[in-house]
Write a protein that binds this ligand. Structure first.
Ligand SMILES: *Cc1c(COP(=O)(O)O)cnc(C)c1O
Length: 367
């Protein structure tokens, strides 16, 4: 796809990268940015101080490489997760995207495949591409749900090296039942498929939505990934991690770059974990705003999906791009995820949520 319009066309790029565009949600300057599922609450002052203190402590030793095994951080992450996990079960990277990439570097790669069920997180095919892993776009039902039978059938059919299950699914917002995870794992037994459950939004789950952490015991190729980018309000710090059998964590050492987690990152994450109570205090508020969006959009006739996350996916009952533009004209940026007739909005603060709902109401009455 070398065209005059492609500024990279003159470079000797890998064949499979030619004509590709980089991942990128627009980073527009708007009053109300509800398009990337960030936690829109700033980091509380007490946590800012704790992070600053910890970073100050390591700053004088930045002439040295960091602890390559980030043992203190792995201990803290294990204790945060609970479920009887310890540091041997934990791995971390610069965001869960890096962790997912490392999983593909170790278990995917040339001649191997990644199965995921679309629509899902748009980074998965890009991570597959970057690691030379063939991406298989599995299917969901018309309402974007995924049943245990349908998922297991597709795993058996494709025999993928790795499966990514996004729960709750981004962009649709609903968590998977654990019977789906179990059925996928069992369907992959014959080919020793590695099954990853991406629980980036786990802390926002509705009451009684269980985590796949409860399934780790006895499943040596199951991985549950998490991030500090969403509930912890720490997207800028870049810290993602997973829990799995110790052998899986050990395998990551074969592909990670040496010293990949900087001393500053480790210090920041440790301080944040020590203050997880203060950081996660916004979660309940965000869930309240999320439920309010679901309730109000339903009242307006817009059919939102059930959400276990900090965002809501909804059928806008018409032209999604026209609605996206109208909201932007009102200073509210939501996400057009490329699914006809649908948009995704992040639950923000109470004020941001009100501005979003006002803009929607205004648009619908003018439409
Ligand atoms: C936001 C998000 C992530 C987090 O990525 P980080 O690299 O940890 O910031 C991972 N998975 C999904 C599905 C997401 O929506």
């Amino acid at each position: 796809m070398n065209s005059a319009a492609d500024p990279l066309a003159s470079l000797p790029l890998r064949d499979d990268l030619q004509g590709m565009s980089p991942y990128g949600a627009p980073q527009l300057q708007v009053e109300v940015a509800l398009n990337t599922n960030e936690n829109t609450h700033p980091v509380p002052d007490a946590v800012v101080d704790a992070i600053t203190d910890r970073v100050h402590l390591v700053a004088g030793a930045l002439n040295r490489y960091p602890d390559r095994d980030f043992t203190a951080l792995r201990k803290a992450l294990a204790s945060y997760l609970g479920h009887g996990l310890d540091e041997r079960n934990i791995w971390a990277g610069n965001g869960s995207n890096e962790v997912l990439q490392q999983i593909l570097q170790a278990f995917g790669g040339p001649g191997r495949s990644l199965l995921s069920f679309v629509p899902t997180y748009s980074m998965y095919p890009l991570l597959a591409l970057g690691t030379g892993t063939r991406f298989i776009a599995g299917e969901r039902d018309a309402d974007f749900s995924l049943t245990a039978d349908a998922a297991a059938r597709q795993v058996a059919e494709h025999a993928p090296s790795v499966v990514f299950l996004c729960s709750p699914n981004n962009p649709t917002g609903t968590a998977l039942e654990l019977d789906v995870v179990d059925a996928v794992y069992r369907a992959g037994e014959a080919h020793r498929t590695v099954v990853v459950v991406d629980e980036a939004y786990a802390e926002f789950a509705r009451e009684a939505t269980p985590s796949a952490l409860t399934l780790l015991e006895g499943r040596p190729r199951l991985i549950v990934s998490r991030t500090m980018s969403k509930a912890f309000a720490l997207a800028g710090a870049r810290l993602g991690y997973f829990a799995a059998a110790p052998e899986i964590a050990d395998a990551m050492r074969l592909v990670r770059l040496p010293y990949h987690l900087s001393s500053v990152t480790q210090a920041t994450a440790l301080a944040a974990l020590e203050h997880h109570g203060a950081l996660l205090a916004t979660v309940e508020d965000i869930k309240t705003q999320r439920d309010r969006i679901v309730h109000e959009l339903t009242r307006l006739g817009l059919a939102p999906s059930a959400s276990d996350s900090n965002f809501v996916f909804f059928d806008c009952g018409g032209d999604a791009h026209a609605m996206w533009q109208a909201l932007l004209d009102d200073g509210v940026l939501v996400r057009d995820v490329g699914i006809p007739g649908h948009l995704r909005v992040t639950a923000g603060t109470e004020t941001e949520t009100s501005l979003f709902l006002d803009a929607v109401t205004g648009y619908l009455s003018a439409r």
